[in-house]
Design a protein around this ligand. Structure first.
Ligand code: 13P
Length: 247
């Protein structure tokens, strides 16, 4: 999944979407691989129009925790559904940090999305000091406990998790495949304890944080790494296509 964040003009978005779609249509991608782009919300309808009937899915980068009403500047899950959005990133560290999103609001956002059949891509991950102080597992475990584990198993089974260590985002400093694997295995074990081994096996856990065309294959080769949530490298068509081919 590509997270475009706050980048690209309408024309640039149109061009990038066209290149990605043309290439995945001509290359063909395996049934088991899902490709998602999450453009700025202004371009969601463009993206869902262009990808109609193609192997590309579209995700939003945020959603309101409220159903509808007087929330200036916000977008409701029902609105995303009405323009055929399939996925939505929730709880990205940039939203937690700059927009003060809390675990409680994320828990509500997840419920809103599931109500409208949109798949949440739920982000979790620790800050650098939390890793250095060896608290990273506690931090991620709390984020999942508070933001996601309120769901009953049937609803939980629809969610995708993205582990994004904050120190690796946009820094060029990727988690090593072993660090990613350690955390992904830990998350899977948590799911196993909370829900069932079936839920743990089937949950897709993506890695995000300076994942690029060069390191994607090695990261994705780890047992518990099911794919990636890609920032910067998803803005370059050829890099994103290389990452897709590594999945
Ligand atoms: P970068 O790939 O630019 O490090 O960003 C990762 C990310 O935040 C994806 O959501």
């Amino acid at each position: 999944a590509g997270n475009w964040k706050m980048n690209l003009t309408f024309q640039e978005a149109d061009e990038l979407l066209g290149t990605i779609i043309d290439n995945i249509e001509s290359d063909g991608i395996p049934e088991s691989v899902d490709v998602v782009v999450c453009p700025p919300s202004l371009y969601l309808e463009l993206a869902t129009d262009l990808s109609e009937g193609k192997s590309l899915k579209v995700g939003a980068q945020n959603v309101s925790e409220h159903e509808k009403g007087a929330y200036t500047g916000e977008l409701a899950a029902a609105m995303l559904q009405s323009v055929d959005v399939d996925y939505c990133i929730i709880g990205h560290s940039e939203r937690r940090q700059y927009f003060y999103e809390t675990d409680d609001s994320l828990a509500s956002k997840v419920l809103q999305l599931l109500k409208y059949d949109i798949t949440p891509i739920f982000c979790c991950g620790e800050l650098l000091p939390e890793r250095e102080e060896n608290k990273y597992m506690d931090v991620v475990s709390k984020q999942l406990e508070n933001g996601l584990f309120h769901l009953p198993e049937k609803e939980f089974s629809k969610v995708v998790i993205a582990y994004e260590p904050v120190w690796a985002i946009g820094t060029g400093k990727t988690a090593s495949p072993e660090q990613a694997q350690e955390m992904h295995a830990f998350i899977r074990a948590l799911i196993g304890r909370k829900y069932s081994s079936d839920a743990a096996t089937h949950c897709r856990i993506l890695y995000g944080g300076s994942c690029n065309a060069k390191n994607a294959r090695e990261l994705f080769s780890m047992n518990d790494v099911d794919g990636g949530l890609i920032g910067g490298a998803s803005l370059q068509a050829q890099d994103f296509l290389t990452i897709i081919r590594s999945a």
